[in-house]
Design a protein around this ligand. Structure first.
Ligand code: GLU
Length: 318
């Protein structure tokens, strides 16, 4: 579809923490198809703020895989590590608004907190120990054993966050009890994912986000940030993940499904694209040589709403 000034704005936002495998490759191809099928402007953003998890060479490898699949974009790659000043400005704003506070708790402190911390979907929920505890950052630094502090977003008590996800359907969270005050700036002086993603999406005017449904709880947090920053959120499309026959998210235990490995074994981009098409309700007539060949058959309504099961390399043959 041709682009017009009112066309959506979307992004591909890989984290260079490892190589692309069939699971995240499928999500990126779907994000690309959803964007291109609506004539969207597309940005490539490298989410390289994940400190020790960032792997040397991962960005290059992801770009090579994107090219292999025929994914393109209109702007970027933008790297988040270059934008720390912008994230700092927004952190300061949230602090001034009384919506962010310094936190000196270690993981151990949280585990041992008197008010028996409870586990949420994604691990421990922060019990709020440092909320309202320090009048200034200097006070928090002085109280911290190593002088380091993190910043947390003060989740409004009792506020429900609901939205209609265009793939996952209606969603509702009570962040104060299900998620807790979340980190927006890490102790190692790096902006945290939740803050960086919202600041970057707002800066680029992103209004369509397609990504894996493991990020649904993050979306509830990000919606609170959009509200705090006074911006309208994007349309959300969270797609089910690829899982192994054990029902668990695709990982090393299911064999090496990295595109790099498959390519080295002689698997063609066409085979991978055929598999993506088959498990995503996309009809294709010929052997697709690039993601563009999947565009005519792409229909969001036909996208399966349940996890895709990967049985093994034989899935690429059928
Ligand atoms: N960087 C994340 C990933 O590679 C995606 C984050 C997002 O789309 O907001 O899983």
């Amino acid at each position: 579809m041709a682009r017009s000034p009112s066309s959506p704005r979307a992004r591909l936002a890989p984290s260079p923490t490892g190589v692309l495998h069939l699971g995240n490759a499928r999500s990126f191809v779907l994000a690309w198809l959803a964007a291109r099928s609506e004539g969207a402007w597309l940005q490539l953003r490298i989410e390289d703020l994940d400190g020790p998890r960032v792997r040397a060479g991962a960005t290059e490898s992801i770009l090579e895989d994107f090219a292999w699949l025929g994914l393109d974009w209109d702007s970027g790659p933008l790297t988040q590590a270059d934008r720390v000043d912008e994230f700092q400005t927004v952190l300061d704003q949230l602090h001034q608004q009384g919506q962010a506070y310094p936190c000196i708790c270690s993981r151990r402190d949280i585990e041992q907190a008197a008010s028996a911390p409870h586990a949420g979907e994604e691990g421990l929920i922060y019990p709020g120990t440092c909320r309202g505890r320090f009048a200034t950052l200097a006070q928090a630094q002085a109280a911290s054993t190593d002088g380091r502090v993190a910043w947390r977003f003060a989740v409004p008590p009792g506020q429900t966050v609901s939205w209609i996800d265009e793939v996952a359907g209606p969603q509702s969270y009570l962040p104060s009890s299900q998620l807790g005050d979340f980190v927006i700036w890490k102790k190692d002086a790096e902006p945290a994912y939740q803050l960086a993603v919202v600041v970057d999406d707002i800066a680029a005017g992103i209004n369509q986000v397609l990504r894996g449904d493991d990020l649904l709880p993050s979306t509830a947090r990000q919606l609170l940030l959009y509200e705090a920053l006074g911006h309208a959120p994007p349309r959300w499309l969270h797609v089910p993940l690829v899982v192994g026959t054990d029902g668990r998210r695709l990982a090393k235990r299911h064999g090496d499904t990295s595109l790099r490995h498959l390519r080295a074994c002689g698997v063609s981009a066409s085979q991978v694209l055929c598999w993506i098409a088959r498990v995503s309700g996309i009809g294709v007539e010929e052997q697709p040589q690039s993601a563009r060949a999947l565009l005519p058959g792409f229909d969001l309504a036909a996208l399966p709403r349940q996890a895709v099961v990967w049985h093994g390399p034989q899935d690429l043959d059928s």
